[in-house]
Design a protein around this ligand. Structure first.
Ligand code: PLP
Length: 419
C-alpha cells in the first residue's frame, strides 16, 4: 500500500492513505447524509474487504465443525482454524502456536487468567498490582478474584500528563505481590506505557505480568518474547478482524500449570463419570465448538496487517494525532487530556462550558463518529477530576481533511452549546 507512489496521495510519513481507504467499504457510507468520518477506532476498527470476504467464504464454501469430522469440509475448516492460530503466533512472535488461546476478546482473556491462574495462585493476603489507567476489563476480574480470595489490589499512580510513575510502582512491589496486570496502551489517554521496563522490574522479583494489549496490537509491532510478558491479551475487532474473537497469549509452562477455564467438549482427553482427563494446551482452554469463522477471519486480518507497511502506517497515525492535537489547542476552551511524551493515535479532550456528550451528539449530526464519556476507565477520570472526555481515535485510513472537518464542527458546537 505504501509503495503505490503513482497515486500521488502519499502523506509526509510515506503512507498512501487514499489507497488504504479503498479497501474499507464502510469508510464510503454516509451518516446523516454526510460522508462518514470515523474517529472511533479505539472502540473498534473498520474491516477491510478481505476480512469480510473471509467470513463469507467460510460460510458459503467450507462451514463445518472442526477437529472432529473426517470429511472434506471438516478437514478444510480444521486446517484453516489451525493455520489462523499459527498466523497469530507469528504475528506476536510467540515461541509456539500452543501459546495462543482463542477467546472472545481481551475481556475474556483476562477473565480466563483471573479465574484459572488467579484462583490457583492468589490467596489470602496476596496483592495484585494494576495501574490507575486500566480499562474496566483489567480491573473488575481482579477485583472479583480479590474479593473471593481475600487479596488486595495495589494501584500504580500517574502524573497529570497520563504517564505512570515507575518509582511509585517499584515501591508497591513486595513479597505479597503475586501479579502485575497493566495496559500496554491506554484507550482513554493514548499513553504508550513502558511495559518492557514494568515487566523487567516485576521479573526481578519473579512476579508474572499480564499485559492488556487491546489498544496496542493494531498500531505497533508486538513481540511477546522481546517483552517477556507472561500473558498478553487482545481483541480481534480492534485489529481489523471480526468481533467475538480474540486471543490470550501465555507462556507455555504457565498455561500448562493452569486448571481449565470451562468444561465441555474439545477440552477433554477422556470422560467417564469417575474421572475426566483434560486435553493439552491450547485445547484445554477452548471448550465447546469454537468461534471458527471469526478465528479464520482474524487470521486474514493478520495477513492484511502483514501486507501493509506498518512502520509508515504507524508514523502516519502519529502524524494525524499531532496534527489534531495542534489544531485542538488553538480552540479557545479546549483542554487536551493525556499528553504523555509517548502516545498513540488518540486525542482526548474536554471543552470548557460544553458537555462532552452534547458535543459528541452535535458532531454526529455532521457525520463524525467520536466517543464521549469515561471510555470504561472511570478511575482515570476520577484521578483527573473530570466526568469524561471527547475522544477521537485515528487509524491509518483517516485523513487530515477529516480532522479539519471535526475542528470546524467543534467550533460550531462551541458557539451553539457553550454555557
Ligand atoms: N482493554 C482496553 C485497553 C480496551 O481499550 C478495551 C476495549 O475498548 C478492552 C480492554 C476490552 O476489549 P473487549 O471489549 O474487546 O474485550
Amino acid at each position: 500500500m505504501s509503495s503505490s507512489a503513482s497515486t500521488g496521495t502519499k502523506t509526509v510519513s510515506g503512507f498512501d492513505v487514499q489507497e488504504a481507504r479503498k479497501i474499507f467499504p464502510l469508510l464510503h457510507v454516509t451518516a446523516h447524509n454526510k460522508p462518514l468520518i470515523y474517529f472511533d477506532n479505539a472502540a473498534t476498527s473498520q474491516k477491510p474487504e478481505v476480512v469480510i470476504d473471509a467470513l463469507s467464504t467460510y460460510y458459503s464454501e467450507y462451514n463445518a465443525n472442526i477437529h472432529r469430522g473426517v470429511h472434506f469440509l471438516a478437514q478444510t475448516a480444521s486446517q484453516a482454524y489451525d493455520e489462523a492460530r499459527i498466523k497469530v503466533q507469528k504475528f506476536i512472535h510467540a515461541q509456539s502456536e500452543r501459546e495462543i488461546i482463542f477467546t472472545r476478546g481481551t475481556t475474556e482473556s483476562i477473565n480466563l487468567v483471573a479465574s484459572t491462574w488467579g484462583r490457583k495462585n492468589i490467596s489470602e493476603g496476596d496483592e495484585i498490582i494494576l495501574s490507575v489507567m486500566e480499562h474496566h476489563s483489567n480491573i473488575v476480574p481482579w477485583q472479583m478474584l480479590c474479593e473471593e480470595q481475600k487479596a488486595t489490589l495495589k494501584i500504580i499512580p500517574m502524573n497529570d500528563n497520563g504517564e505512570l510513575l515507575l518509582e511509585e510502582y517499584k515501591k508497591l512491589i513486595s513479597s505479597k505481590t503475586k501479579l502485575v496486570a497493566v495496559v500496554h496502551v491506554s484507550n482513554s489517554l493514548g499513553t504508550i506505557n513502558p511495559v518492557k521496563e514494568i515487566i523487567r522490574i516485576a521479573h526481578e522479583k519473579n512476579i508474572p505480568v499480564l499485559v492488556d494489549g487491546a489498544q496496542a496490537i493494531a498500531h505497533d509491532t508486538v513481540d511477546v518474547q522481546d517483552l517477556d510478558c507472561d500473558f498478553y491479551a487482545f481483541s480481534g475487532h480492534k485489529m481489523f478482524g471480526p468481533t467475538g474473537i480474540g486471543c490470550l497469549y501465555g507462556k507455555l509452562h504457565l498455561l500448562e500449570s493452569m486448571p481449565p477455564y470451562q468444561g465441555g467438549g474439545e477440552m477433554i482427553q477422556s470422560v467417564s463419570f469417575e474421572k475426566t482427563t483434560y486435553n493439552e494446551v491450547p485445547f484445554k482452554f477452548e471448550a465447546g465448538t469454537p468461534n471458527i469463522a471469526d478465528a479464520i477471519a482474524l487470521g486474514t486480518a493478520v495477513d492484511f496487517l502483514n501486507s501493509i507497511d506498518r512502520k509508515s502506517a504507524s508514523a502516519y497515525e502519529h502524524e494525524l494525532m499531532i496534527y489534531a492535537s495542534e489544531k485542538l489547542k488553538l480552540i479557545d476552551g479546549v483542554k487536551l487530556i493525556g499528553t504523555a511524551e509517548n502516545k498513540t493515535s488518540v486525542v482526548s479532550f474536554i471543552i470548557e462550558g460544553v458537555n462532552a456528550m452534547d458535543a459528541g451528539m452535535y458532531l454526529d449530526t455532521l457525520g463524525i463518529a467520536v466517543r464521549t464519556g469515561h471510555h470504561c476507565t472511570e478511575p482515570v477520570m476520577k484521578r483527573l477530576h473530570i466526568p469524561g472526555t471527547i475522544r477521537a481515535s485515528f487509524m491509518f485510513y483517516n485523513t487530515k481533511e477529516e480532522v479539519d472537518v471535526m475542528i470546524e464542527g467543534l467550533n460550531k458546537a462551541i458557539k451553539l452549546l457553550k454555557k
